[in-house]
Design a protein around this ligand. Structure first.
Ligand code: GAL
Length: 828
């Protein structure tokens, strides 16, 4: 059916209507502030001929889609894609987006702006043929005022966006391409809170009270004179009013007016990683008795500090920072922001006991921070991976000079109200640390941040540990010594840096492929490239795998256990950020093509935990953990040496291992041990572990030798999805034998088929060297598992997923989409 892609704006939503319906009565202007989701119904085209700056692309080359959108993830993996395998081996290029829309005539008394959360990269935006500006940095949020250029109904307006990710390589990881984050239209009255104009800092004053300091920047674009009134209210999570300010006069002189206020909250509930309690501040501006703006800011009340001897404290309580670094991609979904996909990553990390995220190495999507506020993660927000000195031929170094002030300011202005955000990083492993230019630029950047926010430490992630040689450290502008790697100097940190506060900004870089185990003595460590005698590490495996015993790491890093033991040992080591929480697209160290995603994750790209996840869970969480590795299918093994069996456990005094019912003895961890090990001659059957405390059973776990693949088991993370066209269900497929035992080595080819109110968004298996497109309906299992991601449609109804494999009965899973406004929100 032909549709005309005119969007007509209503408060709180946008609706695609046929042109004939365009003149419906519109309510837009009745509210002082309206925020409209502007993601729907864009047209997109790739520009093949790159010679023209603004080509006229034939109508047939455009297709209709909803944002957020990442065109790179739709492409094929290719060795010769210019992003290289470092960038994920997917295509870049130049893309165009356009959208036609009509605004109500009574909007003429309002201001209208468009907000982009992020466009990768080099975007230029036009309204009705007129350029609004360019933003080179692909991770920064920005806004343009449309007011002077907008044509009221019945005329229509055209927004066009050019996105240029053609110059490659420009990154050390996968970036995605396009308008990959959300877009909104915002209308306000002529006297309103400025974009990012609200700053709330809240901290406990004493045991019974907290102060909430508010600074509001108001914009008067209507040359309104006289006085307006501003007031504030604090609401708790249930919407109950708990504090309000007096009404204060705003003198309307000039275009920008700043107003400060302090409110008190009695018996505050503090925000913490265990109990992330949130408040809302409502700012109300009136003028001549008429509501001019009402603006909401979510905040939390909490305090924290770092101590050079005792580490980190949140709300006065000592706490290790148990963090992970995360790149922004969402695995098979690419860079296109999806709230449920981010939430799932965070749920998996939360269940491991992780309490902090580093947005490596760029500002994140706002949804990540909103989720961290709600779910209880601390966040280090990072600005840049390079300054003036490049790491890649076309990276941000070309734009740093012109844009760093603006980009850094915008990052802090946007993110400063989040209780989760506890630290700003002005750069990662910046080349300027090695010469004196590092002193000046560090000072400048720290000053830029502190001119806006003095409530959080400013750091940079340093790879040169030696204080004598690091010019960024020598600037004395940084609040903590935040080191990447160099665990070898941690014991003596206080000698090297007397009186300084420590943070492990990036750690480990250990490598593993889920479900793959090597026949080495697993209690030796191997570094890549080989500093060890083992040829294996030098040459790699023919199938691009790395052993999942925690024993392989990049030479600049360590195994997971090595560094965690150190952090645990010393109070002054406030915590760490493991490189990385999840595998990410790009940087497939240690392998070349066809490896195209990283090996560093505790969790693989599909979201399936690798074994070391359970080491962290046993150390970082209170959950009872008992996990055995490897699997128990070693019939084809060439060596007759025994198999090294590792067990991670906690909350117990001992673990006893049984092979086919025969005890192999009980063991307990001694000293600093983080796992147990038995050397077990292989015999098919069942290997069972039993953990006990004071002689009583705590937990049992087993691995079993499986027969031939016979069945497909499907498990969805949820069975009801919001019918919003965005919500996702993550479906895990596992291959079982006829007796229901997991076939850990199965590489069954699966075919995913969906009918009903949903679509197959992507498939994956977590294997770093699988070059089948993520859009493919067929996916080979990796080590017995694969993932199908289902995206909900926009109507209520049923979804049926059928997964087929040669010679097996198809597996069927039924899900449902439901009107999300009627759904009970998930609790964190
Ligand atoms: C670090 C760098 C990260 C990543 C990591 C891999 O030096 O900061 O971005 O490249 O190495 O080990």
């Amino acid at each position: 059916m032909m549709r005309s892609f005119l969007t007509i704006l209503f408060p709180g939503r946008s609706i695609l209507l046929a042109a004939a319906l365009m003149l419906s009565p519109l309510l837009f202007a009745q509210k002082p502030r309206t925020v409209v989701d502007f993601n729907g119904g864009w047209k997109f085209a790739l520009q093949k001929d790159t010679s023209s700056a603004k080509p006229s692309l034939p109508e047939a080359s455009w297709r209709v889609l909803d944002l957020p959108h990442d065109w790179s993830i739709e492409g094929e993996f290719r060795k010769d894609n210019p992003a290289t395998t470092q960038g994920g081996a997917l295509p870049g290029g130049i893309g165009w987006y356009k959208k036609t829309f009509v605004v109500p005539a009574d909007l003429k008394d309002k201001n209208l702006s468009i907000e982009f959360d992020g466009v990768y990269r080099n975007s230029e935006v036009w309204i009705n043929g007129r350029s609004l500006g360019k933003r080179p940095y692909g991770y920064i949020s920005f806004q343009y005022d449309l007011t002077p250029y907008i044509k009221p109904a019945p005329a229509s307006n055209l927004i066009e966006v050019r996105v240029d990710n053609g110059q490659q390589p420009n990154s050390r990881w996968y970036t995605g391409s396009g308008i990959y984050r959300n877009v909104r239209l915002v209308s306000t009255s002529k006297l309103a809170v400025k974009h990012w104009g609200s700053f709330v800092t809240a901290a406990p004053l004493n045991a019974k009270q907290a102060t909430v300091n508010v600074e509001t920047n108001v914009k008067n674009t209507g040359a309104i004179t006289g006085k307006a009134q501003i007031s504030y209210q604090v609401l708790d999570q249930s919407g109950k009013l708990i504090s309000s300010s007096k009404i204060k006069a705003l003198d309307l002189t000039g275009e920008e007016i700043s107003s400060k206020e302090q409110l008190l909250v009695n018996n505050p509930v503090l925000w913490s990683t265990d109990k992330p309690f949130l408040y809302k501040l409502v700012t109300t501006i009136t003028q001549n008795g008429k509501l001019s703006d009402q603006f909401e800011t979510t905040f939390g009340i909490r305090s924290f500090y770092f101590d050079a001897d005792k580490g980190f404290f949140l709300n006065g309580r000592s706490m290790k920072i148990k963090g992970v670094c995360m790149h922004h991609d969402l695995g098979a979904l690419g860079a296109a922001v999806n709230t449920r996909a981010i939430e799932r990553q965070l749920e998996i990390l939360k269940a491991m006991g992780c309490n902090a995220i580093r947005t490596a190495h760029n500002p994140s999507a706002p949804e990540l921070l909103e989720l961290c506020d709600k779910m209880g993660f601390l966040v280090m927000v990072e600005a840049f991976d390079m300054w003036k000195k490049k790491k890649n031929k076309f990276d941000y170094f070309t734009d740093f000079e012109d844009w760093h002030v603006r980009d850094l300011q915008d990052m802090v202005l946007r993110d400063r109200n989040h209780p989760s955000v506890f630290m700003w990083s002005v750069g990662n492993e910046i080349r300027e640390q090695f010469d004196s230019t590092g002193i000046t630029i560090t000072k400048e950047l720290v000053d830029i941040v502190k001119a806006i926010d003095t409530t959080r430490p400013v750091i940079a992630a340093l790879s040169e540990w030696n204080p004598e040689k690091n010019f960024m450290y020598k600037s004395k502008a940084l609040d903590l010594v935040a080191l990447n790697y160099h665990h070898e100097v941690y014991d003596d940190f206080q000698k090297h840096y007397p009186g300084q506060k420590f943070l492990g900004a990036e750690n480990m870089s250990a490598l593993a492929t889920r479900g793959h185990y090597e026949e080495w003595p697993s209690d030796s460590t191997y570094l890549w490239p080989a500093k060890s005698p083992l040829k294996y590490v030098e040459n790699g495996n023919a199938d691009y795998t790395v052993s999942a015993y925690d024993q392989v790491a990049a030479y600049w890093g360590s195994t997971h256990e090595q560094t965690w033991k150190l952090i645990k040992k010393h109070k002054f080591l406030s915590g760490l950020f493991v490189w990385t929480g999840f595998d990410y697209l790009g940087e497939p160290t240690p392998y070349p093509w066809p490896a195209r995603s990283s090996y560093f994750g505790i969790v693989d790209l599909a979201g399936f935990p690798k074994d070391v996840y359970y080491m962290y869970q046993s150390e970082w969480s209170d959950k009872n953990v008992l996990h055995i590795l490897p699997h128990w299918n070693h019939e084809a093994r060439k060596s007759d040496k025994p198999v090294d069996v590792w067990v991670y456990y906690n909350n117990a005094d001992e673990v006893e291992l049984f092979l086919n019912g025969q005890s192999l003895g009980a063991k307990r961890k001694g000293g600093e041990d983080l796992h147990l090990m038995w050397r077990v001659p292989f015999q098919p059957g069942e290997l069972k572990a039993v953990s006990r405390k004071n002689g009583r059973l705590v937990k049992e776990a087993k691995v079993e030798t499986a027969g031939e693949p016979a069945k497909i088991e499907l498990t969805a993370d949820r069975s009801i999805l919001n019918a919003d066209g965005k919500d996702l269900a993550f479906v895990t497929a596992r291959i079982l034998d006829k007796n229901g035992r997991f076939v850990a080595l199965a590489s069954t080819q699966l075919e995913f088929e969906i009918t009903g109110e949903g679509q197959l968004a992507a498939t994956d298996n977590g294997y770093q060297a699988d070059t089948t497109s993520f859009q493919s309906k067929t996916r080979q299992c990796w080590k017995g598992m694969a993932l199908g991601i289902i995206r909900a449609g926009k109507k209520q109804g049923n979804i049926t997923l059928t997964v087929k494999a040669p010679g097996m009965t198809p597996a069927v899973l039924r899900l449902r989409t439901s009107d999300h406004s009627k759904m009970v929100l998930r609790k964190f």
